[in-house]
Design a protein around this ligand. Structure first.
Ligand SMILES: *Cc1c(COP(=O)(O)O)cnc(C)c1O
Length: 334
């Protein structure tokens, strides 16, 4: 396959038109307690309220809607136990396309059920995520399906970039954006949109201390591989893939800084979101809040936007974190 060109801000406007009415524009809300802590006005972009519970729906919708007619007729395939699998299943259903989602045999049954409920065909194969990826690539060739990559694809990046356009409309004076960072599809899209408006907007990626692959890849000047580690930010786990075509270079070019947060800081941020903002946020979605709460980033003078990327957290886990942080039932901001 010839390598596709990197996306531009034009692709983000095209994406917005394709996904209009299918993904919702999400609210941008003030975060008073966090603003006091950071010394700047802080706003949260609530993608935990996106349909399917994460921003991944934007990229998936854009990718599927942009496929040529023949590819649409055959259907799509991916491997994911999490937010990407749900997003692809939902996007395919909304466009009347066939979707196959490959999961490892160990995948949690509630996640398998959720993906099936969206009408996708679930193929459980292999003992690990990597084995389910191999299976999905084989099925893709056998059945002539289109593989939908979770981040390293121009249409996926452009779809996620629609978050940047919404930020500019709701907060045109934004000076700093904090964006969760794993494979880099989200931050590449958001940074493309923001920097096209003003190259001086500071874009900061936030990853967890537990095996931050992009962080170490940037330091090495090339994609590196790392052993996965357990983390509350499970949506941020994973590597850049054996051949990264887009996101590594886009992040190198567009992201001003990457900061890391600890597991304790992620837990505190999830508790903060629940107590002060009445928002259910998963670990991967809470890393931007964590970076501000823990003082890991010094924002520019001026408004700060934090992308809260998802809310698909296991409820018993969130309740345990809430208890550990002594959350009591009091009105927000009291
Ligand atoms: C996928 C995901 C991310 C990371 O996105 P990348 O494009 O891989 O950097 C962040 N937060 C949540 C909730 C996700 O599902």
């Amino acid at each position: 396959m010839p390598r596709a060109a990197d996306p531009t801000s034009r692709d983000i406007y095209l994406a917005r038109r394709r996904i209009a009415g299918l993904a919702r524009p999400t609210p941008l809300v003030e975060a008073p307690a966090l603003s006091r802590r950071a010394g700047q006005q802080v706003y949260l972009k609530l993608e935990n309220l996106q349909a399917t519970g994460s921003f991944k729906l934007r990229g998936a919708l854009n990718k599927l809607a942009a496929l040529p007619e023949q590819a649409r007729a055959h259907g799509v395939i991916t491997a994911s136990t999490g937010n990407h699998g749900r997003a692809v299943a939902r996007a395919a259903r909304s466009m009347g396309m066939r979707a196959v989602i490959c999961l490892s045999r160990g995948a949690a049954s509630n996640k398998v059920d959720a993906i099936r409920a969206l009408g996708a065909e679930v193929v459980q194969a292999g003992e690990s995520y990597d084995e389910s990826v191999e299976r999905s690539l084989r099925l893709q060739r056998e059945r002539g399906l289109t593989y939908v990559h979770p981040f390293d694809d121009p249409q996926i990046i452009a779809g996620q970039g629609t978050i940047g356009l919404e930020l500019l409309e709701d907060l045109p004076e934004v000076r700093t954006a904090l964006v969760p960072l794993s494979g880099g599809g989200l931050i590449s899209g958001v940074a493309l949109a923001l920097k096209a408006a003003d190259a001086g907007i500071r874009v900061v990626g936030v990853s967890m201390q537990a095996a931050p692959v992009m962080y170490h890849s940037l330091q090495a000047g090339k994609p590196v591989e790392m052993e996965e580690e357990p983390t509350l930010a499970d949506a941020l786990v994973g590597g850049l893939g054996p051949e990264n075509h887009h996101t590594f270079r886009l992040v190198q070019r567009l992201v001003d800084e990457v900061v890391l947060v600890s597991e304790q800081e992620i837990a505190a941020a999830m508790a903060y979101a629940l107590a002060e903002q009445r928002q259910v946020v998963e670990g991967g979605g809470a890393v931007g809040i964590a970076a501000l709460l823990a003082g890991r980033v010094r924002p520019e003078e001026g408004p700060v936007a934090v992308v809260v990327s998802g809310g698909n957290v296991d409820l018993p886990l969130l309740l345990r974190i809430a208890r550990e942080h002594g959350l009591q039932d009091r009105p927000p901001g009291a």
